[in-house]
Design a binder for this molecule. Structure first.
Ligand SMILES: Cc1cc2nc3c(=O)[nH]c(=O)nc-3n(C[C@H](O)[C@H](O)[C@H](O)COP(=O)(O)O)c2cc1C
Length: 394
């Protein structure tokens, strides 16, 4: 087990350098009050405005958070990166202290090639989590996505629960909406939705497996690609398409790139299984679908071969070494959801602490393969354990 998996969330992280293109305008510290269980956000006990007035979508989101924090929702199968190895450099010819993990993505500077995946929004509890994530993203110098904005479209009163731009003025911030919701939305409404949160772009999520498992889910997936193409053509910002834990295959990646998508976040299997999450809300027997999805490493390999647009590798990314492998295999960034939700319910410091350990692990992996910066890491060979002659990249 890695140090990361054994870490105590109570530890004090050492502070990361803020992003270079970011003047330090940090928001007021979060309230020190402890996070209550997600489900309590609906009880009316919260001191936040509009508590108790949240609708069905927000309620579902809070249920997802409560389930993810309290139940086993992880895939049994792995993200697949253990099937790939770096070739150890016995002579790194580098000073570990000089390793530079910074990179640029969609025009923004990142101190590390890390992204906080879309998680939540829509309730007072979700606001607190989003604020902790945003503060950590700003301090650590990385980007983040907010959770699906469907709830704020249904109920504009809860828009504030997504508005964390003041807390993180300089980070790459992405809005979020489900792919099947696009059909019912005019382009102007989508643009306004992203502008309301000060977003730099929009993440459209593909979650067919999850919707199918939800009692209230949307199972008509016709014309989704045409709607994505329309949004890509008509919005003034980049559109990213992401999965939510089942991965993206090479052919889908080709269709999406041809539709004008700026980048893909593969969100493969190996971390949070949303069919498992839904199984706790459903009366259906969803057991056979709990392990559904393409492992992240396989999804990354397929997408990298299929398209030239930037990729984010996410879905069960839990160590800095896995992140290093993903970057060497063609990802621009690596993304994390569930572990950061667990940290963010405590405090922004716990999020920074988690990211700091990932960053240290990434640096050590870079040192041991002789990569002094992210561009060099991208050129390092990764070999498949099962076919040791096959070089995946480099
Ligand atoms: C509680 C929770 C809520 C999520 N909500 C959203 C969402 O609203 N929109 C979205 O695109 N992805 C959502 N996701 C999916 C994550 O962004 C990510 O793709 C997935 O959890 C895989 O990453 P992980 O294995 O690191 O958790 C959610 C994940 C969790 C755990």
């Amino acid at each position: 087990m890695t140090a990361l998996k054994e870490m105590s969330f109570g530890m004090m992280p050492h502070r990361a350098q803020p992003a270079a293109n970011c003047r330090s305008r940090t928001a007021a510290p979060n309230s020190p009050r402890s996070c209550k269980d997600a489900a309590e956000a609906e009880s009316g006990e919260s001191s936040q405005p509009f508590a108790g007035k949240i609708g069905a979508t927000s309620q579902r989101k809070d249920e997802h958070i409560a389930i993810c924090l309290n139940k086993d929702v992880s895939f049994r199968k792995t993200n697949g990166f253990e099937r790939y190895d770096f070739i150890h450099k016995a002579l790194p010819e580098l000073n570990l202290a000089d390793i530079d993990t910074s990179t640029t993505f969609l025009g923004k500077h990142f101190s590390f090639p890390f992204f906080i995946e879309a998680l939540t929004g829509g309730s007072p509890k979700a606001f607190e989590i989003n604020r902790n994530l945003a503060r950590a993203a700003s301090e650590f110098g990385i980007g983040m996505g907010i959770g699906s904005q469907r709830a704020m479209l249904d109920n504009p009163e809860i828009t504030y629960t997504y508005q964390i731009r003041e807390t993180a003025p300089c980070i790459l911030l992405l809005g979020n909406i489900g792919a099947t919701q696009l059909a019912g939305l005019k382009t102007e409404a989508i643009v306004a939705m992203v502008h309301k949160i000060g977003g730099d772009g929009l993440a459209v999520h593909l979650n067919a497996a999850q919707e199918m498992c939800q009692p209230e889910g949307d199972t008509d997936w016709r014309n989704v690609l045409a709607n994505i193409e329309r949004i890509c053509a008509q919005t003034p910002f980049p559109v990213l398409v992401k999965e939510t834990g089942c991965g993206i295959d090479g052919q889908a990646a080709q269709y999406l790139a041809a539709a004008g998508v700026a980048c893909l976040d593969i969100a493969g299997a190996g971390g949070t299984s949303f069919t498992k999450v839904e199984s706790y809300r459903s009366t259906q027997n969803l057991h056979s679908l709990g392990e559904w999805g393409i492992p992240t490493a396989e999804s990354l390999r397929q997408c990298r071969q299929a398209v030239n647009i930037p990729l984010i590798a996410s879905g069960g990314m839990r160590t800095g070494v896995e992140c290093a492998k993903a970057i060497a295999m063609g990802a621009s960034l690596t993304g994390f959801a569930l572990p950061l939700l667990q940290a963010a319910r405590q405090s922004h410091r716990d999020v920074v602490a988690y990211l700091t350990i990932l960053g240290e692990e990434l640096k050590k992996a870079m040192f041991l393969v002789g990569a002094s910066n992210i561009n060099e890491l991208k050129r390092v060979p990764v070999v498949s354990r099962h076919h040791s002659a096959e070089t995946v990249s480099g």
